[in-house]
Design a protein around this ligand. Structure first.
Ligand SMILES: [Zn+2]
Length: 335
């Protein structure tokens, strides 16, 4: 049985100190005047949850990217400048990246007042990630841009979930790229071996498409177990449960292709096998389904956005919300 809240108090203390904005320069220079270990934060209360505006049953943007290229050819492409601007917007609006696996495990241990966002990349495109011969993320790739933005905004964690097929990131890699990602806390997810439309495939082809990609990821990254899947085209198999469980594989959750914010994993609306995503997009056709639109909605007073109370052991929410799902009920705190 997996505990939904398993990070240590020390980590919470660090986050809370950051959230409180205590400047390092105020620390007295003498050893004796340092804060006692007892300066750990008190557990969240209804009053502190209200003050943080927390709503841990609120909605979470799971953003979907494909290629990061100078000359977009479809609504699925973004330029490096657009991608950078979107990350800068997220950082400025107090979002903190988490992975899809974090979402499913309810590992949303964020500073009070901040909001989780999941950055997902489909298809293993070399514009999302590539390593230089020296083993560094290549300039211009999404991962390099994310690392650079995070370096300028210390609270903005450089993590993302990358959904791959066979021969990811240009093909000739021997698993080096996937191992780099796993070693740096990025999530590697399954996108089927050959980008199979699971809706139209026969049952045997559905399970082999998922199981074979699962095996390829494990072979490339010894010890790594992928736990989430992005459904190619957002299409479920006709027997929906085969997306998560079949011969040789078992997954915690599956991502759709559209078209709005995801419910909190503690909400009664949350369905692990059908997590909606938002396409990264600011202008052009169907921009009403894109990220610029949805980030505006989520930031509005009625946006019902997930806002952390700073305490990963408590799920606090306004009393006007529906009660949490049974799995989170014992951690619930209505205010
Ligand atoms: Zn795809």
């Amino acid at each position: 049985m997996r505990s939904p809240f398993r990070l240590g108090i020390g980590f919470v203390a660090v986050l809370t100190a950051v959230a409180c904005g205590v400047p390092a320069s105020t620390a007295p220079p003498t050893e004796t005047a340092r804060p006692e270990p007892a300066a750990l934060p008190a557990r969240v209360t209804a009053a502190s949850a209200r003050q943080a505006g927390s709503d841990e049953l609120g909605r979470i943007p799971v953003l979907m990217y494909h290629r990061i290229v100078d000359r977009p050819k479809s609504v699925y492409d973004r330029t490096p400048a657009d991608f950078t601007a979107e990350l800068e917007r997220l950082a400025a609006e107090d979002y903190v990246p988490v992975t899809t696996a974090d979402l499913l495990a309810r590992r949303l241990d964020l500073p009070a007042g901040t909001h989780p966002v999941v950055l997902t990349f489909d298809d293993g495109d070399p514009s999302a990630f590539a390593l230089t011969p020296q083993g560094q993320p290549a300039a211009g790739t999404a991962v390099r841009i994310l690392l650079d933005v995070a370096a300028a905004h210390p609270r903005f964690r450089p993590v993302a979930s990358l959904y791959v097929n066979e021969n990811p990131f240009g093909g000739s890699d021997d698993g080096r790229a996937l191992r780099w990602l796993a070693e740096h806390h990025f999530e590697i997810g399954n996108h089927t071996r050959r980008h199979t439309n699971l809706r139209s495939a026969p049952e045997g082809a559905v399970t082999s498409a998922i199981a074979e990609e699962d095996a390829l990821i494990r072979q490339s990254v010894p010890g790594y177990r992928p736990t989430t899947l992005a459904l190619p085209y957002g299409a479920h198999p006709r027997r929906e449960e085969l997306a998560l469980h079949g011969p040789g594989y078992s997954y915690d959750g599956a991502l759709l292709v559209g078209a709005g914010p995801a419910p909190s994993p503690c909400s009664r609306e949350f369905e692990p096998g059908s997590i909606p995503r938002i396409r990264s997009q600011s202008t052009g056709p169907e921009a009403q389904y894109g990220s610029a639109h949805w980030l505006d909605v989520l930031a509005s007073p009625k946006g019902r956005r997930y806002t952390s109370d700073g305490d990963p052991a408590t799920v606090s929410y306004p009393r006007s919300e529906e009660a949490p799902a049974p799995a989170c009920a014992s951690a619930g705190l209505a205010y």
